[in-house]
Design a protein around this ligand. Structure first.
Ligand code: ASP
Length: 329
C-alpha cells in the first residue's frame, strides 16, 4: 500500500486549519500526490511568499510552530532553504542536518524511533534518507506530517516543485515546451520527480545520458504510456537547438557500487558558452546543484542560466508547502 494512493485523515499539526488547503496535515512523499490544480495553488502561495520576503523579510504566520529537519545524507540547499523558510515564517527548527553521527542514530537508533522522538517536539518533520521509500515508511509511523527531502535514488518532490515553479516563472508556461534532461538520469532523483511531475502537462521530453545512466525503465514506460513525445540520446548536440529547458544534472558518484564505472562517465557532459551559442534565444539552463563540472562557470553570466534563480525559488516553494501543510496558507 502506498502513501500516495491512500487519502489520509489530516495528522495533528496543532494549529487551526485553513480547510481550503488540500495539503493540511498531509505527508508530502511523492510528486504523484500533485495535480495541476494543486500545483497552481502552491505556486500562487509561493509567489505571495516571495512578495512578503522582498517586502518585509519575514512574517509570523507560523509563529510558535516547530519543524524538525532530519538529514541522513549531505545537503546544502534543501536543508538551508527549509530552515530559512521556517525562520521567515516565524517558526523555529530542530536542525539535525550536520550529520546524524551527532544524533542517537550513531548509537544505533532506528528510523521509527528517531521519528517518534522528533514528532514529540515538532509539528512536522523534513526527512532525507539514503533508502528509497524511507519517507513513506516514516510517514506510516508518524503522527505528524513527513516531508520527503530525498529518498535515495527515489524521489525529491520539493525539488521538483521548485523546478516546475522556475520553468513557469522563467518561460511563462509549461505546456508546449521541449524539456531535455541531461546527465545522470538513472540515479538522479530530481530527474525522476520532475519527469513525473511533467506528466500533467503537454511537453516534449528528451533524455540525454550515457548508456549506463539511462532513465530507469519503469519511468520510461510511464512516459510512453502517457503518449508524450520522447527521445533518448547520448549526445547533447541532438537537443541543444530544440530545448526550451535544458535540465542538467550531476553524475551521482555516491550511488555507484563500482567506482571505475563512475570514472568512465564522470565528465560526460559540459555545457559551455560555445554550446550555448547554438541554443534558442529564449530558453533556460537549470541544475538542481551542486554542479561538479557539468556547467562551465562562464555560462553563469548568460541570462539563460537560471540555476541560481531556481535555487532561490526553493525557499519560496518550501515556505508555501510549510504553510499549506500546517493549515496556514
Ligand atoms: N541536490 C540534489 C539532490 O539532493 C541533486 C544532487 O545532489 O546532485 O538530489
Amino acid at each position: 500500500m502506498s502513501t500516495k494512493d491512500v487519502p489520509r485523515p489530516p495528522k495533528k499539526v496543532g494549529l487551526a486549519p485553513n480547510l481550503n488547503s488540500g495539503f493540511y496535515g498531509q505527508d508530502i512523499i511523492s510528486v504523484s500526490q500533485f495535480t495541476r490544480e494543486s500545483l497552481d495553488y502552491i505556486f500562487g502561495i509561493a509567489e505571495e511568499m516571495r512578495a512578503i520576503v522582498k517586502r518585509a523579510g519575514s512574517t509570523d504566520l507560523l509563529k510558535g510552530t516547530v519543524l524538525a529537519c532530519l538529514f541522513y545524507e549531505p545537503s546544502t540547499r534543501t536543508s538551508a532553504s527549509f530552515i530559512a523558510a521556517m525562520s521567515r515564517l516565524g517558526g523555529t527548527v530542530i536542525p539535525i542536518t550536520q550529520g546524524v553521527q551527532f544524533s542517537s542514530v550513531a548509537k544505533g537508533e532506528s528510523l521509527p524511533d528517531t521519528i517518534r522522538t522528533l514528532e514529540s517536539y515538532a509539528d512536522m518533520i523534513v526527512l532525507r534518507h539514503p533508502e528509497v521509500g524511507a519517507s513513506e515508511i516514516a510517514a506510516r509511523y508518524a503522527r505528524k506530517p513527513i516531508i520527503n527531502a530525498g529518498d535515495g535514488i527515489g524521489e525529491h518532490p520539493t525539488q521538483a516543485l521548485l523546478d516546475l515553479f522556475t520553468i513557469k516563472e522563467e518561460l511563462g508556461q509549461i505546456d508546449g515546451l521541449a524539456v531535455a534532461m541531461v546527465g545522470d538520469l538513472k540515479y538522479g532523483r530530481t530527474v525522476h520527480s520532475l519527469t513525473r511531475l511533467l506528466y500533467s502537462y503537454d511537453v516534449e521530453l528528451s533524455f540525454v545520458s550515457p548508456e549506463i545512466l539511462r532513465l530507469p525503465l519503469d519511468i520510461m514506460n510511464e512516459v510512453r504510456a502517457r503518449n508524450l513525445p520522447v527521445r533518448e540520446t547520448y549526445d547533447v548536440a541532438d537537443v541543444i537547438e530544440i530545448a526550451d529547458v535544458l535540465y542538467v544534472t550531476r553524475v551521482q558518484k555516491e550511488r555507484f557500487s563500482d567506482l571505475s564505472q563512475y570514472e568512465e562517465v564522470k565528465g560526460c557532459y559540459e555545457i559551455t558558452p560555445e554550446l550555448m551559442e547554438r541554443a534558442k534565444e529564449k530558453m533556460i539552463v537549470m541544475h538542481p546543484l551542486p554542479r561538479v563540472g557539468e556547467i562551465h562557470y562562464a555560462v553563469d553570466d548568460d541570462p539563460r542560466a537560471a540555476y541560481f534563480r531556481q535555487m532561490e525559488n526553493g525557499m519560496y516553494i518550501r515556505m508555501a508547502l510549510l504553510a499549506a501543510v500546517l493549515g496556514k496558507a
